[in-house]
Ligand binder design. Structure first.
Ligand code: SF4
Ligand code: SF4
Length: 185
């Protein structure tokens, strides 16, 4: 299945859950969304994601860094009068984007930390130093858990996906370097 077919599948799944007319005149999810409130609805607007998906215009969303700002808090779903699964939709779009090699660096770093240590944010030397000062033992790294996670990552092709994300970044850097070189000539 190619990207367009995936988007079509996501869109028809969503269409079964939404009364378009009242959704497009609503906006409750935007008011409930902590990310929209924090950074502004002009940058992050859950209803726009729903609308673009239903209107077959979600391709550009896959390239937008804002897609990754969702905290999966599900406030949108809880407040939505139609119970539209906005957070689920955003997760589907993120999955699709990452299958194309599009994933922000901080998310990749977080996933790699989890696989290596069992922690999303591995305990820093600074944190352990502070703990020692307080008479506490260092925070243990979850070696057994991370080994299990690596097995799961291998079985679910997560490692391949991480590799794809890295390859895309290398290609993007090469294109940018070539463009810069071309500009200087
Ligand atoms: S709260 Fe629900 S119905 Fe209202 S705009 Fe958001 S998704 Fe649409
Ligand atoms: S799940 Fe995402 S889109 Fe929904 S309210 Fe939370 S941050 Fe906003």
């Amino acid at each position: 299945m190619n990207i367009d077919e995936h988007l079509e599948e996501i869109s028809s799944k969503l269409a079964k859950r939404v009364d378009t007319k009242s959704c497009f005149a609503c906006g409750t999810c935007v008011a409930a969304c902590p990310v929209s409130r924090l950074i502004g609805s002009e940058t992050y607007h859950p209803r726009r994601v729903v609308k673009a998906t239903l209107e077959g215009e979600a391709t550009t969303l896959l390239e937008e860094p804002a897609l990754w700002l969702c905290t999966s808090c599900h406030a949108c779903l809880e407040h939505c009068p139609q119970k539209v699964p906005v957070s689920e939709l955003i997760k589907d779009l993120q999955n699709l984007a990452s299958s194309m090699g599009i994933t922000p660096d901080d998310i990749v770093a977080e996933v790699e930390n989890i696989l290596a240590t069992g922690w999303a944010l591995a305990p820093s030397d600074q944190a352990n130093k502070k703990r020692t000062e307080l008479g506490l033992p260092p925070i243990p790294l979850d070696d057994r858990g991370s080994k299990d996670l690596q097995t799961i990552a291998k079985a679910t092709a997560l490692l391949e996906r991480l590799e794809k994300v890295k390859q895309r970044k290398v290609q993007e850097a090469q294109v940018a370097a070539a463009a810069e070189e071309g500009g200087e000539v």
